[in-house]
Design a protein around this ligand. Structure first.
Ligand SMILES: C[S@@+](CC[C@H](N)C(=O)[O-])C[C@H]1O[C@@H](n2cnc3c(N)ncnc32)[C@H](O)[C@@H]1O
Length: 181
């Protein structure tokens, strides 16, 4: 088991058994998300994926923490929705074997590497939407983006929405992209 997996498993074991709420970002951009199949990367215990499953998306959630995914499966069952889960390490060269691209991908409160963004693009259908949020301040700078850093991240990604949202001493960059055909 990797250090990251142990660290995150412990964090999720320490959390009270309560389903997490979606971020304001995801609530606000919901009408702009392409409906259909959805991959929630670094999903944690489901703040984004549980909400979007309730909105009718067909959700696959991927995370390094098996504990987070077990929690999420329990929350999903209590809410009467289905979520497929995949345990994966995003730091590996090919973290996910996906044959079928998705209509929408979400990645919230996680800083993606450029290599991961390139992979994510290959998992998106043409015209699919990609929502990313990542801290720009308030946590270890190693895990932060520079504000606006991803605005022109790849020619295949058209920027639809951008905001730097500040709250309680931290700040998050929020992006919504559409994959160009
Ligand atoms: C701050 S949490 C965000 C969880 C969720 N997306 C949210 O917004 O509530 C970061 C998540 O990234 C996951 N994570 C960290 N390193 C990872 C890796 N190398 N591969 C896959 N997931 C990872 C953690 O297990 C954790 O669930």
């Amino acid at each position: 088991m990797s250090h990251d997996q142990e660290k995150w498993d412990q964090r999720y074991r320490d959390k009270p058994m309560q389903a997490p709420a979606p971020s304001e970002f995801i609530r606000e951009i919901l009408p702009q998300l392409k409906h259909g199949t959805l991959l929630d990367i670094a999903s944690g215990d489901g703040s984004t994926s549980l909400f979007l499953a309730q909105q009718g998306f067909k959700v696959t959630a991927a995370d390094i923490s098996a504990t987070a995914l077990q929690r999420q499966t329990q929350f999903a069952s209590a809410l009467g929705v289905e979520i497929e889960t995949l345990c994966c390490d995003l730091n590996t060269a090919e973290p996910l074997a996906t044959d079928t691209p998705y209509d929408c991908i979400t990645l919230t409160r996680y800083r993606p590497s450029q290599a991961l963004i390139t992979q994510i693009i290959s998992w998106l259908k043409p015209e699919a939407t990609l929502a990313i949020s990542a801290f720009t301040a308030g946590i270890n700078p190693r895990f932060c983006l520079r504000p606006g850093e991803l605005k022109n991240t790849h020619p295949k990604l058209e920027l639809v929405y951008y905001r730097n949202r500040k709250s309680n001493g931290s700040a998050l960059d929020e992006y919504l992209f559409r994959r160009r055909t």
